[in-house]
Design a protein around this ligand. Sequence first.
Ligand code: 5GP
Length: 193
Amino acid sequence: MELLEQRIRKDGLVKEGNVLKVDSFLNHQIDIGLLNEIGKEFKRIFAGEKITKILTVEASGIAIAAIVAQYFDVPVVFAKKTLTINLDGSMYTTKIESFTHKRTYDVIVSRKYLGPEDRVLVIDDFLANGCAVTGLIDIIEEAGASLAGVGIIIEKATQDGGKRLRERGVRVESLAIIEDMDPVTGEITFRHQ
Ligand code: 5GP
């Protein structure tokens, strides 16, 4: 997505450790105009799918998924990170290892909000090692729901999450794919299919 690539080039900051900071328009301050364009683009890409729910993980996924969901006219469900897992069976649970925080979270989704009748679009801001998306797919499988695909705003091809998910047969659609980024020069190279 050209508009997104331009914005990443203009305002993205390349940090050591293969981290891209996009706090000025996506992860701290949010450019709603850009997110609306992102929502329209995901709707165009997944137009052939009858999606019933959008699933993401807190916290940064929520704002993004909420705006995207307006174009699909479906509810957003977000997996919650928790310290205490309730074992009464009312929740789907899985573990997600955070790339940015270097720790593992238990995440939960209530059985009330996802079930076998659902066809789910997973939305997240970044795809790196694929832990967040894999955890969300675990929850969809646990719910007996079906996965329509995964919509990612920025995929880093320098990590193999996207490759592994596609090898599993998951439809992953990323609006910008970073081939390479240099923390010294700040240069970012995008991959175009
Ligand atoms: P994964 O689970 O695929 O390894 O990482 C995805 C999650 O880690 C995303 O939800 C995102 O919050 C965070 N993340 C991974 N890489 C980056 C990055 O380069 N920059 C930022 N801002 N977040 C990232």
